[in-house]
Ligand binder design. Structure first.
Ligand SMILES: [Zn+2]
Length: 348
């Protein structure tokens, strides 16, 4: 079987790399495990909501002899690059599998889910991180512009449409081809992210939990989810239970030196939280998440262009998780006023 779009990573495991657009480094790895004759096949993640991505996948599915009525798609988490095409695949007849915890919020700073929930969800989230029409009108307007695009059906690449799915629980066993997978909870990158662990062959499809050369975003804008604490616990599991595995992340190359890659990520997060601790320690007043984010990541107060705006969305989520962690460690105090969270050093 030869095809430039697809490579065989191991016997029975194929990888397809999809791009968000031609001149972007935004890429995702989609994995396919064809089923035995007459049985169901597995696709891990759905990819970007792009015609070009669907067209590429249709070619691959045809080559592997996989039809939609025999296709299961395991969504690792509900981010646009992983779940963008899920609603499309569902309408074509594929069965979607996902941890229901990924549906716990209608909106966060990183993704947009406009088929359920209300406008209020978005207003509440923005206000909680310190983005308000009265305090930060320019940034508020950038968020509202996207909202209008979504509502007018002009679409937005970070938007995820609703889809029917079968809930997957931690520890659930799934068989495809000659492989036996266990669903493992990978709390950190998102609250309910899940991976697939193949115990016998020492393989773990780890989604965005561990990526080589990148510090994955641990992002939430909801209080008391303890995402960074959960992430560190999960990474300890990687260093022990999964240390001898080959990791297949959703981005970049497979990882065999698990401990080294994991240690680099832990160190980067401790470094970032330390910077935020210093910001709070030196501040003479309490600060919003947005304010700490701009200082910690050296960003302008108002994003200059779309690229900077997207970056701000990401770092606000990341900063929120870090500040929650500092609070878990008693290095920060969180107060709430008019729906906005404020952070301060315990010494202030
Ligand atoms: Zn993600």
């Amino acid at each position: 079987m030869k095809m430039k779009d697809m490579r065989q990573r191991m016997p029975g495991i194929y990888e397809v790399r999809l791009s968000a657009n031609q001149n972007s480094i935004d890429e995702i790895n989609i994995f396919l495990i064809p089923g035995k004759k007459g049985e169901r096949s597995l696709m891990i993640d759905a990819g970007f909501k792009k015609r070009s991505c669907l067209a590429k996948m249709e070619k691959v599915l045809f080559t592997l002899g996989i039809t939609y009525d025999k296709l299961d798609i395991f969504l690792t988490h509900k981010h646009h690059d992983h779940s963008g095409l899920a609603s499309e695949y569902a309408s074509l007849g594929a069965r979607i599998l996902m941890n229901p915890e990924e549906n716990r919020h209608h909106y966060d700073c990183l993704y947009y889910n406009h088929d359920h929930g209300t406008d209020e969800d978005q207003y509440r989230v923005l206000r909680s991180v310190g983005v308000t029409p009265e305090g930060t009108p320019e940034i508020w307007e950038m968020f509202m512009e996207i909202r209008r695009r979504v509502m007018e059906n002009r679409g937005w690449e970070f938007e995820v449409h609703q889809f029917p799915y079968m809930p997957v629980m931690e520890g659930q066993v799934l068989n495809y081809g000659n492989l036996t997978f266990e669903a493992v909870l990978l709390k950190g990158h998102t609250y309910g992210q899940m991976g697939l662990y193949e115990r016998k062959h020492r393989i773990l499809f780890c989604a965005d939990q561990v990526i080589d050369g990148i510090v994955p975003i641990v992002g939430t804008t909801y209080p008391d989810e303890h995402l960074l604490e959960g992430y560190f616990k999960s990474l300890e599991r990687f260093k022990h239970e999964f240390a001898d595995c080959t990791l297949f992340p959703a981005h970049r190359e497979p990882i065999t030196d698990v401990k080294k890659v994991v240690n680099r990520i832990i160190f980067a997060y401790l470094d970032k939280t330390d910077i935020m601790k210093h910001i709070l320690d030196r501040s003479k007043r309490r600060m919003t998440t947005k304010e700490v984010a701009c200082l910690a990541y050296g960003m302008e107060n108002i994003p200059e262009d779309t690229k900077e705006f997207i970056k701000l969305k990401m770092v606000m989520s990341k900063t929120f998780s870090c500040l929650e962690y500092l609070r878990d460690m008693d290095f920060a105090i969180r107060t709430e006023e008019n729906g906005t969270y404020y952070w301060q050093s315990p010494e202030l």
